[in-house]
Design a protein around this ligand. Structure first.
Ligand SMILES: [Zn+2]
Length: 410
């Protein structure tokens, strides 16, 4: 009997203007059209949203965090309850990170074997190694799991970046060797901080290890779009063309266009739900703070062109009221909208690749959306209520998305 492969990736179209591509990623829990944005459900739940609401946003895959789930309720409990999909009743494909990013944000000791830290819950010391990370991720049971890598600070001195990179490659090889389940795909992670030769060295070393997919880590840590653009230009094209590429921690519109332009297929970010919780909404006409007094009597939906449940049924005035009254439904409705916005944006970007008009579509988008970069920031933002999103990216205290000490996301 023919057993179709559980996993596959195929590039459907590539841009003639840059490295952008549209593809299809098949997983045991469904097929994903790429480029794709993956919303983050840190503790096996998307902020204030039920799985049905997540599905209605058009999301195709969600991310969960290994560190948080190992801490609470514990990977063994998730496994005993049927794995992450069954535990959180999520029919979509799931990706888990390795836990490394959170562990490296805690006080820790790093040795060749792994990282020793204390659990936030009870202060008990724990040695997280490539092997334990893979074992926890196998217990959780996501479709795509990530290699355990060393996350260096930004900015990072050259000698540290160099030493860390060699160790990261040894750890990633150990992850490959430790993996036992054949219904999970393990992605390698390119590191190398902001050093061109190190990034290239990393891309080549990992390509030789033959992972089924590759992530680019160590970005979206406060380096800014120009540096991100440079790093991607150094290493993305060195990764195998027929395998998916994932840019970790990226979810701003500017960064998504930039990433896709360099041939990235997958993105994740906790910021859209964090912003939603704070009343900051993304629309194709720009960003708006719905908790601003000017919306008190506004009958319009957040975005008149948005197909989401929130925009189809509620006014800015109502959302403003929910924020003022501190009703949790306000968070739910704003999360639904922001996640839907990103899914709609990814559709626009994907279609632009299929139609081979990436640059034109990008210019069209930013004509109304504006940008948080550059001198024309204020004028460019249609609704004019935008704070500097670059700084608010690090407001890690509001949402537990990345853990207590998280000021950054790789
Ligand atoms: Zn909407």
């Amino acid at each position: 009997m023919y057993n179709p492969p559980m996993f596959s990736f195929r590039v459907e179209a590539t841009s003639s203007q840059n490295a952008a591509r549209a593809g299809e990623l098949q997983t045991p829990h469904g097929t994903i059209q790429t480029p794709v944005f993956m919303p983050v459900g840190t503790r096996a739940a998307l902020r204030a949203m039920t799985p049905d609401q997540v599905l209605a946003t058009g999301s195709q895959i969600v991310l969960s965090n290994t560190y948080h789930l190992a801490l609470q309720p514990g990977a063994d409990i998730v496994q005993r309850l049927g794995g992450l999909h069954q535990f959180m009743n999520m029919p979509l494909p799931i990706l888990t990170d390795s836990g490394g990013f959170q562990v490296f944000s805690l006080p820790k000791t790093v040795t060749e074997e792994g990282v020793t830290f204390k659990w936030e819950k009870n202060g008990a010391p724990f040695l997280m190694t490539p092997e334990t990370s893979i074992s926890i991720q196998e217990q959780l049971g996501a479709d795509i799991i990530m290699a355990f890598d060393e996350c260096v600070p930004y900015p990072c001195p050259r000698d540290l970046a160099e030493r860390s990179l060699e160790r990261t490659h040894r750890w990633e090889r150990r992850c490959l060797e430790a993996k036992t389940r054949d219904d999970q795909w393990l992605f390698g992670i390119v590191q190398g901080s902001t050093y061109e030769d190190l990034r290239q060295q990393s891309a080549r070393a990992l390509t030789a290890m033959d992972f089924p997919g590759y992530a680019i880590g160590g970005l979206s840590v406060g380096e800014g779009l120009e540096v991100m653009d440079a790093v991607l230009s150094w290493c993305a094209h060195l990764l195998p063309e027929h395998k998916p590429r994932y840019l970790m921690g990226v979810g701003f519109a500017e960064d998504l266009w930039c990433g896709v332009g360099h041939g990235i297929d997958m993105f994740d970010c906790v910021i859209p739900t964090r912003h939603a919780r704070g009343g900051l909404l993304y629309t194709f006409q720009g960003r708006m703070r719905v908790n601003n007094k000017r919306f008190r009597r506004d009958r319009l939906p957040p975005d008149t062109t948005c197909p989401c449940y929130t925009c189809q049924n509620f006014s800015r005035a109502y959302l403003h009221h929910l924020y003022t009254a501190d009703e949790v439904t306000g968070t739910t409705l704003c999360c639904i909208h922001n996640i839907t916005f990103l899914q709609e944006l990814m559709k626009v970007i994907r279609q632009a690749v299929l139609d081979d008009r990436f640059e034109e579509a990008k210019a069209d988008f930013f004509r109304t959306y504006g940008t948080s970069y550059g001198p024309n920031k204020r004028e460019a933002v249609g609704l004019g209520h935008e704070d500097d999103l670059r700084t608010s990216r690090s407001d890690g205290k509001q949402d537990s998305g990345r853990g207590r000490n998280d000021k950054r996301r790789r």
